[in-house]
Ligand binder design. Structure first.
Ligand SMILES: Nc1ncnc2c1ncn2[C@@H]1O[C@H](COP(=O)(O)OP(=O)(O)OP(=O)(O)O)[C@@H](O)[C@H]1O
Length: 814
């Protein structure tokens, strides 16, 4: 018996008809004609009905339960995992109608008390099902019986042109369905990108989680390649040999094969020639026939962290309900939309059909929560396979997520590694272990991005809305949710930068019908619009950025030096600025030279400490670096120097284009200006370094030139002296005192040519040394602040630690 048949049978029961309750989608604005009939079911405690109630409880958040039985309620609560949805259950209600009345407000229920005047008997369970569960239209025809119409469907009146449900073209989609169909907007474009985005979403959740409890993050990511045979055996599918080869996409005739191989050989030849001539070697275009589009590759992605973990009961909704998360407030976090992990699950469901496994344990918990679930795409609900508490065998807190998806390691390998490397740049206080495991051992790899500092940015704080950033809807929501009673308190406590005196002035400005003591819940729609209008026009102080947590100049600099080993680096951290009422901070670093950096501009972008790798061309940072910075004025050659531009933006709201978090558009003037200023500040620092370096080079050149001419100059001087000495000895004495002494010494060969050469060389050395000393004193004091050096602990595998600086590199050996 399927679920719908069961529902239908329940609806047929007479008692249920008696206890009919009418529900509408919105109690405040009931729409006549769209009401549906729901039921009060009795004695659900045993048998299939109880089972059904239990599964309903598991999968629904909008379930209301009222019962005399506390035990029954508790077990339902355990199954549902959605505590707030259960109302009034554990209190003895004076009368059933009152219980229903109490449950009316939060879920928009309407009911007819007269119809349930008797109410359910003591000991019975009243189940008010969620609206979307019991719409008659969703009951399949075969479950209803062929010609019967639903018994309690409300009468719709005698319309002249009655519109049957089947004529309607109107359809609804659940958010899960929407994102499954448009997965590219969340960064799940193709199997390769899906693998990349899955890794990214899991890593970012891990970092958010560890940072939220001020724990230095340690994240382990494993991608395990699963061959087709192994995958088939995992899902219990028998591997079948091909029988009819011609049926397949990758089938090619002998002639086509010959042609393809000849073409590949020609390409190889051209490439070898180009390589010999040092010309740019083009990536070979994949030729059809080698791998058909049907030959998918599967990967098990596992991400383990040492973060906060998740409450046992919340896990199903966190991973199985699109647009649910804990990061919706006004706070700087990597995650924002409540979508990423669910998209990984949706993709796994779409590509492999396998569920996601979640293990989690929180500090102080003596068990590990294990949950295996997939998602009901059409209803946007978690579909739980296992949800249990397991014995905790080791001391650990955090989460481990495992998902099996289709992917493409070959094409996205470099992107994934790039991402990890950039993540290590912006998060040098985290430790990442990245593993790729394959059956072919030469493909397998383990990369450890070691922790380089334990200076961690402070935990970002949740802040309140800035008056200039709120819209009408938000003001209404704040009014509904506020605990403040009157308008004055509301303005003063629900927004930043409104003091009591300021709030009083604002209320005065709103008009005579506004009073500081007026009840906030009594505001009319028009009055709310007036408040909104005033918020838009009035002047408010900018929000301060103390709720933000930028990476910090120190971490940014450390990350750049650690990963790129540049010849020169300059960093800058701007003060907090604001766009649309949201504070933001821009930090930048510009480096010259280094390993793995190509000639010209190399742009590295970070937003809320996430590396952004795609859509580079349209991003505000790239466009600023390319178009708005005059590099030559800072003595930097844009085409030939190896320039690294690092820009990190943090904010309570990053204006990403799309939910894939791939780039920030160039259309927000405040951000564009701040980015330009930060890069320019780095360039100014670099310019003075470059100028000094050029001066040092010139000085070295001068010394080299002087030293080169010392022998000739000494020879010439000596010849002149010799001639003067001869004429001084022969003719009338023209020179006296010191000069005469000198000439006498020359004649007596006490001063020789070699002696002059030596003295001149010594002089050049001395002058050079003095100049170098002066240069070093100036530079050393004014430019290079002392940096603390982080020495990490040795692990079992290596018995030395290296730490390097732009000037030196130490290797400490055990
Ligand atoms: N490793 C983890 N540790 C602790 N909690 C986690 C972890 N992964 C996910 N969560 C919880 O699950 C919720 C949903 O995660 P999900 O990735 O779907 O969305 P998000 O991170 O909130 O936003 P975004 O879609 O922008 O990434 C998170 O808000 C978080 O509370």
């Amino acid at each position: 018996m399927d679920k719908y048949t069961l529902i239908y049978q329940m609806l047929q029961i007479d008692q249920i008809r008696k206890g009919k309750i009418v529900l509408s989608h919105d109690a405040r604005r009931p729409t006549t004609g769209v009401e549906q009939t729901f039921f009060v079911a009795r004695s659900l405690c045993r048998g299939p009905k109880w089972k059904f109630a239990r599964s309903l409880a598991r999968s629904s958040r909008r379930l209301l339960v009222w019962t005399w039985h506390r035990r029954l309620l508790l077990s339902l609560r355990r199954y549902s995992g959605c505590e707030p949805a259960i109302a009034n259950g554990n209190r003895r209600m004076p009368s059933p109608s009152l219980a229903l009345h109490a449950s009316r407000a939060p879920f928009g229920l309407r009911f007819s008390p007269a119809r349930i005047s008797k109410g359910p008997r003591r000991g019975s369970l009243v189940l008010l099902a969620p609206i979307e569960e019991f719409v008659f239209g969703s009951v399949p025809m075969e479950a209803r019986g062929s010609s019967e119409s639903p018994p309690d469907q409300p009468k719709r009146g005698k319309s002249k042109t009655p519109r049957k449900a089947k004529d309607s073209v109107l359809k609804q989609k659940s958010p899960a369905e929407f994102f499954a169909e448009n997965k590219n907007i969340a960064g799940f474009d193709n199997p390769g990108k899906c693998l990349y985005t899955t890794v990214r979403e899991l890593v970012e959740n891990s970092l958010d989680s560890a940072e939220s409890i001020s724990e230095l993050p340690a994240v382990e990511i494993t991608i395990e390649e699963i061959g087709k045979v192994k995958f088939n055996s995992m899902i219990g599918l028998v591997d079948r040999e091909r029988v009819d080869e011609e049926l397949y996409d990758d089938y090619e005739t002998a002639k086509a094969r010959e042609k393809r191989l000849a073409k590949a050989a020609r390409n190889q030849e051209i490439q070898a020639k180009n390589a010999a001539l040092r010309k740019k070697v083009k990536e070979p275009t994949p030729t059809k026939g080698m791998k058909g589009r049907g030959e998918a590759s599967f990967y098990r992605v596992t991400c383990k962290d040492n973060g906060r973990g998740m409450p046992h009961d919340d896990i199903p909704n966190m991973f199985g309900r699109v647009l649910s998360g804990t990061k919706y407030g006004l706070r700087q976090t990597r995650g924002k939309f409540g979508l990423g992990a669910k998209m990984a699950l949706i993709w796994s469901k779409m590509s492999t059909g396998l569920p996601i496994d979640i293990s989690s344990s929180m500090r102080g918990q003596n068990y590990v929560s294990f949950c295996r679930l997939d998602i009901d795409i059409h209803r946007n609900l978690p579909h739980i396979h296992i949800h249990e508490k397991q014995e905790k065998k080791e001391e650990w807190h955090g989460a481990e997520i495992q998902v099996v998806i289709e992917g493409n390691w070959t094409t996205y390998r470099s992107k994934i590694l790039h991402y990890m490397r950039q993540m290590a740049v912006i998060t040098p206080y985290a430790q990442f272990v990245f593993k790729f495991v394959s059956d072919t051992s030469d493909k397998s790899m383990t990369i450890k991005f070691a922790r380089r500092t334990d200076v961690m940015p402070p935990v970002p704080l949740e802040t309140k809305h800035h008056p200039s950033s709120v819209d009408l809807l938000l003001i209404k929501r704040l009014i509904t949710e506020t605990s403040k009673q009157n308008l004055l308190q509301f303005l003063q406590h629900e927004f930043v930068n409104i003091s009591k005196a300021h709030a009083e002035r604002l209320i005065g400005e709103m008009g005579p019908e506004f009073q500081p003591k007026m009840l906030i819940k009594s505001l009319t729609d028009q009055q709310i619009v007036r408040i909104h209008q005033l918020f838009r026009q009035a002047k408010f102080e900018d929000p301060v950025g103390d709720c933000l947590s930028p990476a910090g100049e120190y971490n940014l600099r450390l990350g750049i030096i650690k990963e790129l080993h540049p010849d020169m680096v300059a960093t800058y951290s701007g003060s907090a600025q604001v766009f649309e009422g949201h504070p933001f901070i821009v930090e930048a670093g510009v480096s010259l030279g280094g390993k793995d950096v190509k000639q010209g501009l190399n742009v590295f972008r970070f937003a809320n400490r996430i590396p952004l790798l795609f859509e580079q061309g349209a991003d505000v940072v790239t466009r600023t670096a390319l178009k708005r910075i005059n590099w030559t004025s800072y003595k930097i050659n844009q085409m030939q120097d190896k320039i690294g531009v690092f820009v990190s933006i943090v904010s309570t709201k990053i204006p990403f284009k799309g939910t894939g978090k791939e780039y920030i558009g160039d259309d927000i003037t405040e951000i564009a200006t701040a980015v330009k200023y930060a890069i320019q500040q780095c360039c100014i620092q670099l310019k003075s370094k470059i100028v000094k370096k050029m001066q040092a080079r010139e000085q070295q050149e001068r010394k080299r030139n002087l030293s080169k001419y010392v022998p000739n100059a000494a020879g010439a001087v000596y010849d002149v002296l010799k001639e003067m000495a001869q004429s001084h000895a022969l003719k009338r004495k023209r020179y006296e005192d010191e000069d005469a002494d000198l000439l006498d010494k020359v004649s007596a060969r006490l001063i020789t040519k070699d002696m002059l050469t030596e003295k001149l060389s010594q002089h050049v050395e001395k002058v050079d040394y003095e100049m170098a000393l002066e240069f070093a004193t100036q530079r050393g004091v004014s430019e290079e602040p002392r940096e603390a050096i982080y020495i990490q602990s040795l692990d079992a595998k290596s018995d030395f630690i290296e730490f390097s600086n732009s000037i030196f590199c130490f290797r400490l050996i055990r």
